[in-house]
Ligand binder design. Structure first.
Ligand code: MG
Length: 345
């Protein structure tokens, strides 16, 4: 099969702030695999937190040679080849993994989830993320996000309490908090105790990912469940994570793709962890790949494409009350969105 790479710059609908900084645009790589008449789509959303850039992802991808592999029979061999092709670059690895899975299922004429023996669940709602911003802008965003019954609120600022109070003046909708490693241990416990009185469901990554001791202490005292994000990457991390957290946020870009994500979920379930599937700021290609895991998880945070000014692809959709709907088309069911030129000029 042949691989084509498309580096894309995707402007955001609005500036998006988290505890580490503000972004106005993301630089991803779209991967297209072609075998005969069929095409499989993948996407890398490289993350500076993990030392990745669009350039480093492209460099990794350009070295790959998938011509010796033929789908559907070589799926595992091709995935092994990509996994072992070099250190790091998990977003780039995820892009090829996603495209291979898409093409593999398309060649068999079936939706990917069906080939995995999964049934789409009608009951998983995605949260909608409210980034760090001025209180006025947060108020406006919360009002605009009326159709989303669950808000994921980014904290880790000197204004944390004011942000939650601003939101609570407008709505009593469920809030999930993501501090993106922005708190110190004592500060975290104090904030979590107060957040527990504010209809907050759980706290994501309160402390720096490497602070395992303090995180174990925090979990012991926290009235709310604590979910690992930056502290969990791949299935090998799960035993250590289970000692310090109540759940994990699985992201294809962190773990290197769908095969490893499914291994993570299996390992997490064996140790009694709750599971969320999350995403980066990405198009409907990567977000739809994430959505294929919704039959296996408790929580979904798949709003990446909604943060873009324009999503060049369509796939999984967000229905009434933010329920995630999987396409019934073969593979991932993604395709270029009508009316948006593809490939980019
Ligand atoms: Mg997070």
């Amino acid at each position: 099969m042949e691989m084509h790479l498309y580096p894309v710059s995707l402007p955001l609908a609005r500036p998006f702030g988290i505890s580490r900084g503000v972004r106005r645009e993301v630089h991803n790589v779209i991967v297209a695999l072609r075998q005969g008449q069929e095409m499989g789509w993948g996407e890398a959303a490289p993350n500076a937190r993990y030392g990745e850039t669009q350039a480093s992802a492209l460099e990794f991808l350009k070295r790959l040679d998938l011509r010796p592999f033929e789908l559907p029979q070589d799926l595992d061999r091709a995935l092994d080849y990509v996994w072992n092709a070099g250190p790091g670059e998990f977003a780039a690895k995820a892009a090829v993994d996603i495209a291979l899975h898409d093409l593999w299922a398309r060649l068999q004429g079936q939706p990917l989830y069906r080939l995995w023996g999964l049934r789409p669940r009608a009951s998983v709602q995605t949260s909608y993320t409210i980034g760090i911003d001025s209180l006025e802008a947060i108020e406006e965003k919360v009002r605009e996000a009326e159709r989303f019954p669950i808000l994921k609120v980014k904290l880790g600022t000197p204004q944390d309490e004011a942000i939650i109070r601003t939101i609570r003046r407008i709505t009593d909708r469920t809030v999930r908090v993501d501090a993106n490693e922005g708190w110190e241990p004592e500060e975290a416990l104090e904030k979590i105790r107060w957040l527990a009185t504010q209809n907050v469901e759980f706290i994501e990554q309160p402390l720096a990912a490497n602070r395992w001791e303090e995180q174990r202490w925090l979990r012991e005292h926290s009235p709310l469940p604590i979910v690992a994000d930056e502290a969990v990457h791949r299935s090998e991390d799960i035993p250590r994570v289970a000692e310090a957290y109540d759940g994990i946020n699985v992201k294809l870009m962190k773990c290197g793709g769908l095969r490893e994500a499914r291994r993570m979920i299996e390992a997490a379930r064996k140790l009694g962890l709750r599971v969320m599937v999350g995403c980066m700021v990405e198009t409907s290609i990567a977000a739809t790949a994430g959505a294929m895991l919704t039959p296996l998880v408790d929580w979904a945070d798949l709003d990446g494409p909604l943060l873009l000014a324009r999503d060049p692809f369509e796939g999984a959709t967000i229905a009434e009350a933010a329920y995630v709907r999987l396409p019934e088309r073969p593979g991932l069911g993604v395709r270029p969105r009508p009316g948006i030129p593809w490939p980019p000029q």
